[in-house]
Design a protein around this ligand. Sequence first.
Ligand code: FES
Length: 108
Amino acid sequence: MPKPERHVLVCLNARPPGNPKGSCADKGAEALYDALRDRVKARGLGQRVIVNRTSCLKHCSQGVTIAVQPDNVWYAKVTEADLDEICEKHLEQGEPVARLSMPDIPWE
Ligand code: FES
């Protein structure tokens, strides 16, 4: 397999119930991760894009947090409804989805 063009990191970090920081797991990250992997495969992007689960990406209030490398594009509050657009525009055409851009905030 060649090196992937893009590496998508999906935060699946979980925290105990009641933790004030919350977590991406609380916001459905596991299902989102599975759905993104399914879409990447269905679109025939499996040789170009690798999708991995990761721990906290330090933008917990903005979860589910996704980072796409080497583009250094970060997405905030991603839901399953956003995945087709991310796949089509960014992962296929190389154009980041501006409306999902992570706000310029400090690490959390
Ligand atoms: S828990 Fe997902 S960014 Fe921190």
